[in-house]
Ligand binder design. Structure first.
Ligand code: ATP
Length: 321
């Protein structure tokens, strides 16, 4: 089953394409990360998939219905969580959800049950009577997700769901999203420019300048980059360089932090180094490739402009320390 399919999708603002012939397939029941730097076209794509913006050209199907010709059918099957909060801060959590239930056309009696169920699902039952203005940012986010789920959607769209949240709150939001996917089998489609978020996905597409430049599982994308970085300190690094070449066929680079090697399976190499090098190994650090590296590999200057590769460098730095 396919949840989302887009073929040759275009959106123009004036004469500039924000989405430039985009192709995308999202299988049903997966968490799908739509990853790209600021201005790549993520929100515009999501707007078209959620029927808020008509494609300039091309076509897209969501839950089996064409977004341009059957928008009402699509809307009935999706939930949306926008990048900017659209909750009413003066209303309580329950009142916000009831308002949404009215918009979804729930009969009054059913609305009460549905609202309670959604609050319970997102662990917000005890906050139902609290005005939203008094809730923390993380709780508001969860409330927005609860609201997006009110119509029992098959596909939940989230635009940068964890931007601006601290690490702990972000982890809590992800715990809830992962549970939703597991327990309810819904498809979760979310946009992000935070590369570490992509680790939560079953599948990822990377978008840049309105086009998908690569897609796959996190592991597949990482394997494109290939190498783990291994940093090694031994009792005698100069002799270790020769031993690494002779015994393992590996070329080591001497750095102030130790000997640096690039190998496909860093974790697998460590025990062999310890037993087979013939020298005492004092410290080993393995830094696997990150999605940042994938991004850098595919988008080059765009990543540098947006500073996204700073994360890789800092992680590598951590590994070297
Ligand atoms: P961000 O991560 O910053 O939200 P994004 O990947 O979601 O970025 P979009 O918001 O889809 O990107 O924007 C894609 C391009 O379209 C950008 O160049 C943006 O400036 C432009 N754009 C977006 N909305 C409009 C609009 N209403 N009018 C004109 N140009 C727009």
């Amino acid at each position: 089953m396919t949840a989302i399919r887009a073929e040759g999708l275009y959106a123009f603002y004036g004469t500039t394409p924000a989405v430039d012939g985009l192709d995308l397939t999202v299988p049903a029941g997966v968490t799908f990360g739509f990853l790209g730097p600021n201005g790549a076209g993520k929100t515009t794509t999501m707007s078209m998939l959620t029927t808020l913006l008509k494609p300039t050209a091309g076509r897209a199907e969501v839950a089996g219905f064409d977004v341009a010709t059957r928008p009402a059918e699509v809307r009935r099957r999706i939930g949306i969580v926008f990048q900017e909060s659209t909750l009413d801060l003066d209303l309580t959590a329950v009142e916000n959800l009831r308002f949404q239930a009215d918009l979804c056309g729930f009969p009054r009696r059913e609305a009460r049950g549905a609202v309670s169920a959604m609050l319970a699902l997102m662990d917000l039952s005890e906050r139902g009577g609290t005005p939203v203005g008094q809730l923390s940012t993380g709780l508001r986010r969860r409330l927005e997700i609860a609201r997006g789920l009110l119509g029992a959607p098959r596909i939940l769209f989230l635009d940068e769901p964890t931007t601006g949240l601290d690490a702990q709150t972000r982890a809590a939001v992800w715990e809830h999203l992962n549970r939703l996917r597991r327990e309810q089998g819904i498809t979760v489609f979310f946009t992000t420019h935070q590369l570490e978020e992509a680790e939560h996905c079953d599948r990822i597409a990377i978008i840049d300048r309105g086009k998908v430049i690569t897609h796959g599982t996190p592991a597949e994308l990482k394997s494109l980059i290939g190498a783990d970085v291994v940093v090694l300190r031994t009792e005698d690094d100069a002799r270790a360089v020769d031993a690494l070449a002779d015994r393992f066929g590996l070329a080591a680079e001497s750095t102030p932090d130790g000997l640096l090697l690039r190998v496909a399976n860093g974790a697998g190499l460590v025990p062999r180094l310890c037993t087979g090098l013939g020298l005492a190994v004092h410290a080993v650090t393995v830094v696997p490739p990150t999605l940042d590296d994938v991004f850098l590999h595919h988008t080059g200057s765009a990543v540098r402009e947006n500073g996204a590769n700073a994360h890789t460098l800092s992680r590598l730095g951590e590994g070297l320390r």
